[in-house]
Design a binder for this molecule. Sequence first.
Ligand SMILES: CC(C)(COP(=O)(O)OP(=O)(O)OC[C@H]1O[C@@H](n2cnc3c(N)ncnc32)[C@H](O)[C@@H]1OP(=O)(O)O)[C@@H](O)C(=O)NCCC(=O)NCCS
Length: 152
Amino acid sequence: MAVFSIRPMTEADVPAVMLVETQIYEFPWSGRNFIDSMRAGYRLHCMWLDQQLVGYIVLMHVVDEFHLLNISVRADLQGRGHGKHLLLWGLDQARAAGASGMLLEVRPSNTSARALYEKQGFKLIGVRKNYYPAREGREDALVMFKKFSAME
Ligand SMILES: CC(C)(COP(=O)(O)OP(=O)(O)OC[C@H]1O[C@@H](n2cnc3c(N)ncnc32)[C@H](O)[C@@H]1OP(=O)(O)O)[C@@H](O)C(=O)NCCC(=O)NCCS
């Protein structure tokens, strides 16, 4: 039976991560971005199905909030619940660390990511103008926040 696991990303994982990253984003992170994030103490984790990289998540703990910096699923494995699984796992990590909520930015054009976040209770709290590079000029970022309640 295939076994899923979520483990801390190491520098040795970066080449496999970059294969996914460059496949799914028009403006991907660089390998250096991942390594610098690790060295800065951010929380980077990979999800594996046996030996196969399924996706990864990058979280940054800032004061009492977690920021979701990157969540990605391999192109041919998208739409099967893996992104939701990774996000729920990240939310559990944030709650366990005592955070009050999670913040993220998303492109307005990224309908699948927005659907994922909205279904998990993230609310739009603002817009950062011209935040992302785009094919023609820049694209705004929607800023979304999920506040944790004592009931969750
Ligand atoms: C965004 C991403 C991580 C989502 O992961 P995924 O494995 O494809 O998504 P899932 O199959 O877990 O779907 C999660 C939910 O979003 C919904 N969803 C996913 N894609 C959707 C789409 N295109 N339209 C509408 N809803 C969609 C699903 O219905 C599901 O809802 P559910 O909770 O009711 O089951 C993945 O598509 C991805 O890596 N995209 C490219 C990278 C990216 O854009 N990352 C986010 C940057 S902000």
